[in-house]
Structure formats: C-alpha cells, structure tokens
Design a protein around this ligand. Structure first.
Ligand SMILES: Cc1ncc(COP(=O)(O)O)c(C=O)c1O
Length: 404
C-alpha cells in the first residue's frame, strides 16, 4: 500500500491560526459542544454586513463576469486601485502596475514565489501575520524575524532590523497597521525603515490591508509614499474594510523605481498569468467599494461597534491579574501578554488548548504569529459585547487556578 506524504517543501511551513488547535475545536463542535471561535479576523460571522452597494454591484456583475479576465484584472478595477494609490500618495502607479488577487493572501504567496531562491533572506516582523513567514518559507527563502517592541507600542526595533541584515537579505516586510498587535506606525519610523532599505538595497513589501480600520484619528501613511526612489510592493484589499472576506478580493501594486525590478515584475506577470486571473465578480466590485473607501468609519468612531468592543476588551483584559496588553490603534485584534512565570507556562499552544477544553473559547497562541516566547495569545474582538464579556469572565475565572 503506498503511503502519500506531503512534500518536504512543507516541512517548516506553519499556519497555526487554522492549525491543530482549530482541529481540536472542530472535534469538540462535532461532539455537540458550542465553541466561541476567536481565531480568524472574519467580520461576517459576527454580524458585520457588507454595504448594500457592494453586494448589488456583485449581483449585477454576474451577467458580465463569466469569462476569465486579463491576468492583472479588469481595467475598471485597476483604475480604481490606481486612484486609491493616488489618494494614498503612492507615486507612479499606473494600471500596468496593479495585480488583482484572490485576497491579499494570494498576492503574498505569488510575491514570495517570484522573489526568493533557496537561502535568500527576507525580514519579517515578529509577531507577524504568519502567512508572510509561511509563504516565504514555502518559496524556499529564510524568514528572518525582526522584533516589534511591546514596551514601545509594538513599533519595529530599528537596531534589530539593522543587525539582522546579511548579504542574502533581499527584502523587508512592513505590516502596518499591524495584525496581531494593532500598532500604527508613525511616519518618522516608516521613513527610517525606508532609509534602511535604501542603504541596503532591499525591496519593501507593505501589507496595508487595515489602513481603513484605524481608531482615535491616528493617521496612516502608506510606506511606498515615503520611498519613491525604492522598489515597493503594496498589498491591500477589501476583506476587512468592507466586511467581504469571503469574496476573496485583494490586490498588489508596484511603485517607485520599477526599472531595477523589471525581471522580478516579469516573474509576477508569469505567476499571475499561470493562475489565469482572480475571481472576476470580485474584481467588478472594487470600483464601488473604493468609492466608499471609508465604509468602516461608522464602526470605528466612538459609539461604533468596533470602537466600543475594543474599549471593553482592552480594559477587561488589562484588569485580569497576570495579563497586560497594549491598546490597539487599528484592526480588531488584541495581543495580550501573559505572565508565563506566574502560571508556569512553557507551552503557549497547550495554554490555548487548556482554555479551549475548559471554557470552550478558541484563541490563537503567540507562537502562531512567530512570537518566540510562550507568553502571548491573540484575541479577535469582532464578536458582539455579550460574547466578549463571556470571554473576559471565563479568562479571569480560568486564570484564578490555572498552572501549567
Ligand atoms: C495583515 C494581513 N494581511 C493579509 C491578510 C489576508 O487577507 P485577504 O482576505 O485579503 O486574503 C490578513 C487576514 O487576516 C491580514 O491580517
């Protein structure tokens, strides 16, 4: 009997947000246990609906979107993205510089496959949105993690970035606003990262999918707007801003000094052509969606659901003995620190499994975001208040006696 094993390429690839702890939650659900799943940033199941205009645009597009499109996407979508880039001061982006994708996720995978040879290094934040590390590793590269400093609002540690650059470093990834920390980076810091990239000849990848979910009037600056002389790849999409994660709708655009990246762009063209095109009905809503780019505004202002949920969960978690958390400025995640010594925690996956078994709430361990110590976990604060109250009360009760 043959035994079919996965390829060795996958040996070091991890994606714990949908990993073994989720498998266990699904086993529990099959056994009839109700589990509150707080593992993915997926707004729709928590009662966030897409704007009617976007849903109608998709419905109306169905008659005319049955064929493949150009690999980069339909021109109306790319024009709308070009306009959005102008609005964000990302210089020199034309329709030719835009690639639509089945979510930012597909773009990240393609961008890494096109770039990395075996042994090439790419700087990725720690903690990170783990697809970046997984995609870089799958592409044969080495993800080298630079520290984001919890004691400094989770901002990237520039000295650590500098220390980790080697002759094999090809690129740096900046996730701003950040998942899982909710940090928003000041312009001065972004300019310093751009300067490091300039001095070391790095490509800059900017993942800015949360740029329209920012609280308290904090300002988002597009990384590429500060680096017109560098080669930049900016990723964005409407999964979060328009609550349509299931439509799989994202894009990337190349900007800055494109001449030095001609060959790499050829690689992007080849890989996007090989998958033919992204979902065309989803492309057809990009123009409508970006015309209401501020769709999330009503949720993120005081009184809005996301704003109030953030206030509640931030205060509730900070009030639990043994936990502390930096207040997120954006997105819908909390990345609390747990006093590992107090609770004798040496395995963060075991911690979230124990919480799942005892309290029936699914969280993700910090290690799932390539955080190196067993002392963090991530909460998705999309659920309505009563569920967040359930989470906070249960976390408090659980930690009263928990010792690993
Ligand atoms: C930072 C970041 N980038 C990219 C993605 C993927 O988004 P998409 O739905 O566009 O594939 C996510 C999803 O959670 C994310 O948090």
């Amino acid at each position: 009997m043959p035994i079919f094993k996965k390829s060795t390429k996958l040996n070091n690839v991890g994606y714990d947000i949908r990993g073994p702890v989720l498998d266990e939650a699904e086993r529990m659900a099959e056994a009839g246990i109700t589990v509150l799943k707080l593992n993915t940033g997926n707004p729709a199941p928590f009662g966030f609906a897409a704007p009617d205009s976007v849903v109608s645009a998709m419905a109306e597009s169905l008659k005319n979107t049955q064929g493949y499109s150009e690999s980069k996407g339909i021109i109306e979508a790319r024009q709308a993205i070009v306009n959005y880039c102008k609005f964000k001061n990302i210089p020199g982006v034309t329709e030719k510089d835009v690639f639509t994708g089945n979510g930012v996720s597909e773009m990240i995978t393609i961008a890494m496959q096109a770039l990395l040879d075996s042994g090439d290094e790419i700087l990725i934040p720690m903690p990170d949105y783990p697809l970046w590390t997984a995609a870089a590793t799958l592409a044969g590269g080495n993800a080298v993690h630079y520290i984001c400093d919890e004691s400094n609002e989770w901002l990237p540690d520039l000295d650590d970035i500098r220390k980790k650059i080697s002759p094999r470093t090809k690129a740096i990834v900046v996730i701003n606003p950040n998942n899982p920390t909710g940090a928003v980076y000041p312009e001065t810091l972004l300019a310093e990262i751009a300067e490091i990239a300039r001095q070391n000849g790095l490509i800059v990848f900017a993942d800015e999918i949360y740029d329209r979910i920012i609280y308290d009037g904090h300002k988002h600056t597009a990384m590429a707007s500060l680096a017109p002389d560098l080669f930049c790849v900016t990723m964005n999409g409407i999964s979060k801003s328009h609550m349509v994660a299931g439509f799989r709708c994202g894009w990337m655009c190349v900007s800055g000094d494109k001449r030095i990246a001609k060959d790499y762009i050829d690689g992007l063209n080849m890989l996007t052509s090989m998958r033919l095109c992204s979902n065309v009905p989803s492309q057809a809503i990009i123009k409508t969606a970006l015309e209401s780019y501020n769709n999330a505004d009503s949720f993120i202002r005081p009184g809005g659901r996301l704003y109030e949920q953030r206030e509640y969960i931030y205060n509730a978690i900070n009030g639990i003995p043994g936990l502390s958390v930096v207040k997120p400025k954006a997105a819908f995640y909390l990345f609390p620190k747990i006093d590992a010594a107090k609770f004798n925690i040496s395995d963060d996956e075991q911690f979230v499994l124990d919480f799942l078994h005892e309290r029936h709430v699914l969280l993700t361990q910090g290690g799932g975001f390539n955080w190196p110590r067993p002392d963090h976990f991530r909460i998705v604060y999309l659920p309505e208040m009563s569920q967040l109250e359930y989470l906070a009360e249960n976390m408090r009760g659980f930690l009263e006696t928990y010792r690993q």
